[in-house]
Design a protein around this ligand. Sequence first.
Ligand SMILES: [Fe+2]
Ligand SMILES: [Fe+2]
Length: 555
Amino acid sequence: MKNKHLSMLIASLIITAATTASPIYSVQAAYDGTTINTSLNSTVKPDHVTLTWTKDPKTTQTITWRTSTNVTKGLVQYKNLTTGETKTFDAAKEDFSTSNTDINTGYMNLFSATLTNLTPNTKYSYKVGDGQNWSEENTFKTETAKEDDVKFIVFGDSQSGNADVPNYAPWNKTVQNAYSKNKDADFIINMGDLVEKGQDYRHWNNWFDAAKGVIDTVPEMPTQGNHETYNAVGWDSTKPKYFVNQFKVPMNGPEGFKGQVYSYDYGNVHFVMLDSQEEEEAPNNDEFFKQQAAWLDSDLSANKQPWTIVSFHKTPYYNKASRANVSLKNIISPIIEKHHVDVVLNGHDHGVSRTFPINNGKYYTDYSKGTVYYVTGRSGAKYYGDLSSKVWDAFFFDPQDMPSYEVADVKGNVLTINAYKQDGTLVDSFTIDKDHPQNSTKVVLPAAYNVDMNNKELAAIGADPRLVIYGTPIAFGSNQTEIANGKAYVNPLYIAMYLGGTYDSSSLKLTIDKQTYSFNSKDLSSKKNVSLDALTKAGFNCSYNTQFNMVMIDK
Ligand SMILES: [Fe+2]
Ligand SMILES: [Fe+2]
C-alpha cells in the first residue's frame, strides 16, 4: 500500500515535471480571438513589444510597442548587462486608429524608441512603459564589431488563411519552436503575408500575441506581402498601412516605398527587402517595379559585402500552378542577376523550393554564375493543393502536413540554409561555399530534352522541344511543339488543355477565361502550329529555352 502510494506520487511528480518543464511552444492563448474593443484590446500595460533595426545593429536598437490612448508617456529603461549601467530613454508617440478600411473602429498609441551609442557585442536588458506600468523585462544583443557569423530564421507566410477566423496558433507553434531550437539567432525575417487581412486589427492582435517571447528578444526584419495590403471588408487593397506603422525599419528605400523597401548590413551580408505588390498597390503600372529596380541597381552598386540576400514576397520562380509574376521577373530579376545576388528569398506560394543558379534565363551548375531563388514555405495555417516542382527547381518540398521554416547561417565564406518542418524535421540542407565550391550543394541540371547532342544526325535535325506551361512540363502527346526554319511553334490546343480553355483550329481562336486570342494563317507552320511570336503578341509570355530544348509559356 505504502509502495503503491509512493509510486503514484513519483508518477504524478514525473507528469508535473513533464508539463511544467518549459514547453517547446507557448500555449497561453488560443491565438484565434475575434473580440476587439475600441482600444483595439490595448491597455495601459505595454504589449506588442517588437525589436527592429532602423540604424546600425552594432550600436543601436529600435523598440516599438503599443498602449491604450490614456497613456501619455513612453519610456525605455535599459541596462548594459556587462557594466551594469542603466539608462532611461524617451520614446516618440504616434496615434494609431483603424480607419474605414477596418471592420472595427478603435484607437491606441504606438510608441517607438531607437537607443543609440550602444556598445557592440553586448547584451542589454530592457523594459518599456510610462514609469508606472511596465512591460516584462526582456533582453537584446548588439552586433559584434567584426561579425563573421550571421544566423537568422526565415518564416514564410504566417497568415491564418481565413479572414473571419484569425487563427495564429500554427504560427505561434512554428515561431516558438524555431526560436527555442535556435536561440543563438541574430534576428528573424518574415516573408510577407504575416496576416490574412492587413487592415483588420483582430489579425494583428493574434499575430503579435503568438510571436511574444521572440520578437521582443531578437529583431524582426519583415518584408510585406499582398495580404498586408488588404482591407478588412472584401479584397480591396491599399498601401500596407498597419504593417508600415508597426514595423520600424531603415527609411532608406525609394520615395513612395519608405518603410516597405529597405536595405541593411549585418556581418558580411547585405540584406535588401523589396515590395512585390504591383498588382495590389499600383495595378498594371510597371513604374512600381521600375522605381524599385533603379533604386536596387544603385543600392547593389554601393554594396561592399561579400554576400547579398534579397527578399520579396512574390516569386519569379514559383511552385504554385499558375502564378508567373511576369512583370516582376522581367524588371527586377535582371538587376538581381546583374549584381550576382547570392540568394533571393521569396514567399507567397507556401511551398519550399530552390532553383538552380539562374542568370538571364539560363541555368548553371556553378553558384558563382547565377542567383538561387528560394521560396520559403509557410509558417502559418494556410497551404495550397496545387504546388509542384517546376523545371527550374533543384529542390521542392510541399509542406502539406505542417508548417515550415528555414534557418540560415553565413559563416565567413560559407552560407547554409536548412529547411525544417514545424516539428524540427530537416527537409533540405543547402550550402554555398565560396572558397571550396566542391563543398557546395551539387547542382545536377536536367539533360536537354529529346536531343542527343553527341548524335550529330539527331542534333542536326533538332527533335521537337518539350512544351512547358507555367513551369510544368506538359505530357499530352506528341507534336505539341515544332522548330521550323529556326522558329518555335506550338499547338494552341495544348495551351487550352492546360489552362482550361478551347482552341478552334479552323477559326484559329484560342479561348481561356472568356478571353479570346485570334491568330491568322501567316502565324502558322506547315503543321498548323502557331508561332511563339504570335503567341507573344497575343499576350502570352513565351520563350524557347535552347539550353534544355524547351518551349516555355506563361500567361
Ligand atoms: Fe500567402
Ligand atoms: Fe501572398
